[in-house]
Each structure stands twice: as C-alpha cells, then as structure tokens.
Design a protein around this ligand. Sequence first.
Ligand SMILES: Cc1ncc(COP(=O)(O)O)c(C=O)c1O
Length: 429
Amino acid sequence: MPSTTEKLAIFGGHPAVPPGLMKNWPPIDTDDEQMVLSSLRGGKLACGPNVKAFGEEWAAWNGNRHAIVTNSGTAALHMCVVACGVGAGDHVLVTAYSWSSSATCIIHHNALPVFVDIDFDTINIDVDKIEAAITPRTKAIVVVHLHGLAVNMDKVTAIARKHDLKVIEDCCQAHGARFNGRKVGTLGDCAAFSFNQNKCLCTGEGGAFVTDDDEMQARAAQLWSFGETRTPHEDRDYHAYALGWMYRCNDMTAALGRSQLRKFDGYFSIIRENGAVLNERLAGVPGLILPTEPDGHLHNWYNYTSRIDMDAVGWNGDPVRMRDAVMKALQAEGVPVGTWQRFILPAMTVFRAKNAYGAGCPWSCPNAGPGVEYNPAAYPVAQKHSDTHFGMTVPLRAPNRTDVAEKVADGFLKVFGAVDQIDPDKVLG
Ligand SMILES: Cc1ncc(COP(=O)(O)O)c(C=O)c1O
C-alpha cells in the first residue's frame, strides 16, 4: 500500500475527493420526467395503467411469473409471509443483522421471529447455524441477500426441503444480484424488493412482491388490496374476504419505476465497474476488511461495506469509537461513509420488550408456545460486524464513474495509511 505523507483532511489537509465531484443518486433524465408527467396527465393516479405495466415488466426482467408492485419493500415482505401461509404463533427464522422490517414483517402476521447469527465474511445469515434454530413450529426462513450479496441458496434450499419450510427472499437490497447465474427473487418460494431512495432501482418509495406460484400470488394480492379477491384492474366487488391492508403503489411512482427499469442494466454495469476499481485498489490494505464476492456469486455492490480489523490497527479499546473516528476521517476526505445498522435485530426494543401489539402479543398468543427469547449476546458475530463496519452507496452509483471510484480509493488509502494518527479521544472528543 502506498504510504501517504499527505496531511489527512481531518487535520487540515486537502480532501482526496474534490468537493462537487460526486453526484447524487438517482440520475433523473427527460424520459423519467416524461413518464411521470404523462401519468399525472393520464387522470388515473390510483390503480392506473403504469401499476399493472410496471408489475409485468418487473416480473419479466427478473424472470418471475408474477409480480405485484407495492408502496414499500416492507409491504412486499408482509405479503411474502402471508403468501407462505405463515400464521399466528408460527416461528420464522431470520438473520440477526438486517433492516428491522426483515423481522417485523413476521410479527405483522402474528408469527414470531427466531434469529440466527451471521457469517462474518458474507454478512449474511450463517447457513450452517440455521438447522439448530428450527423448532417444531418453524414454517419459513427469511433470507436477506444483504448489501447485494446473495445467500448461499443451495444450502438454504436443502435445509428447507428437509424440514418442509418455505423460503422468503428479502431482495430489498439485491436487485440484479445472482447466485450460480440465477437472479435473486427466483431462488426461493417468493421474494420482496424495495424501490426506496437508496435502492439500485429507485422510485422514491415502493416495492414489489414476486413469485412463480399461483396460490401464493393470489394470497399476496388479497393482502395487498383490502382483502379483496379481485384486483383493482378487474371488476371489483369491494368485499373483504380476508384481513387485508392497503399496500398498493400509485401510478406516478410506477411510471418512474418503468423508466428507471429501462436504464437498470446500464446502471448495474456502472456499479460493477466502480466496485471493481475499489476492490482492486483497496485489496490488502492493512486494517481494512473488504466486502467479499465468493465464487458463484454476482454482487450488486448495493452497499460497499467494509470492516476495520481492530487488531491490525492496534486498537484494543471500544471498537465503535475507533470505527467512528476512522469514519470521520474518511468523511473529511469527501468519502461518504456511514454506518448501516448500529443495532443488531435481537437488541432492538420491539423484540427485547416484546411490545409489538401490547399485552405481550403475539408472543403471548395461545398458539405461540413458550421459548422464543431475545438475548443479543447470543449473536456475537452480528455484534462484531455491527461494531466495526461502515459502508457507502453513492460513490458506486451512476452517474458517478470510475474517476470518482478512484478518488474514493485515494481517500481510503490516505486514511488507512495514517490510521495510527487517528486517536478516537481527540477526533471524537
Ligand atoms: C434488507 C431490507 N429489507 C427490507 C427493507 C424495507 O424496504 P422499504 O423501506 O421499502 O419498506 C429494507 C429497506 O431499507 C432493507 O434494506
């Protein structure tokens, strides 16, 4: 690694990434504007033609038989839980490190999340720990392809078959990622995508449920729109046949989704090029643990997440303080790093306090049975990851190209080349 004699920006030096070089995500062009404008002028802002078309186009692009576009990835996850027939008191396995709604979607249908620790290298659920977490009440596994790296689905599918479990893929961060050549969202029983601001396909807010199974599609569609059995594109009878929510996407959002989808493959190539620059320039930097892309996986570099090797940087104090100090130094260089989840899921109050619906529900539900407890100490790998990680999204995204990725790499090299100068007590106060 080139050692740097340049003064770190946090100590008054020049930032590695010149101000103004990096552009925001997502790029919006005249096609996007035209699509949204024509939706606005089309007079059908709810249940309009773009909603149906976006669903069909998303299904075709991802290789699914069905897709239903939603107002969020969380809604799509809840639809997955219901599509899989999970109900009150059932147990659903899920990684201990993810977005809260990877697990709260299970509570949304009165079922109970059971957490599984992560594998440090991939940051995904530790597939070798799944079987030990299965109980007689387990009905499904939520696998989260975290930060755009697919879970090893060969192993998950084998376990699911053996124990007769459904597999829900949380693809909210993983658009376009592949496992053994197959796109995520085609590897389990059903899947959820998010199209929120930071996602690789952005409509502001939004999401999609996908499946190849007709019955799952019907159950999800019912939940999506008031418990009705006819979609808003059919002749509705406005009858609630089951408990439903209102998870529909509006027409303008779907219009933007359609125009963004046409550009997705181009954006994906840019992310891959930028990721390749970072991987190459930062390989072997002492103290820096880079994200991995194991054989058979195609990462979408949704969130380029690194960890600090505290031993290698000679730090034996609180890892969070050292991580925060290094992040501050990187930010001063113009590298927009941040932490993702500072809390592992089993440490979140909703689980620890079991305060979802009041009166201990759903854990106190007569169907639930005893035994689901949340002890954060039981997930040491997730905790270690959470305490030492930082990530970034924007530098890898269009319209930023490899010139930006090179400058970002310069910033990393500068900071890690002078990491011995970073004293958390001085930097953080
Ligand atoms: C892994 C994961 N799951 C679920 C979600 C929820 O998606 P949404 O915000 O669209 O509800 C997110 C959103 O950030 C996520 O990152």
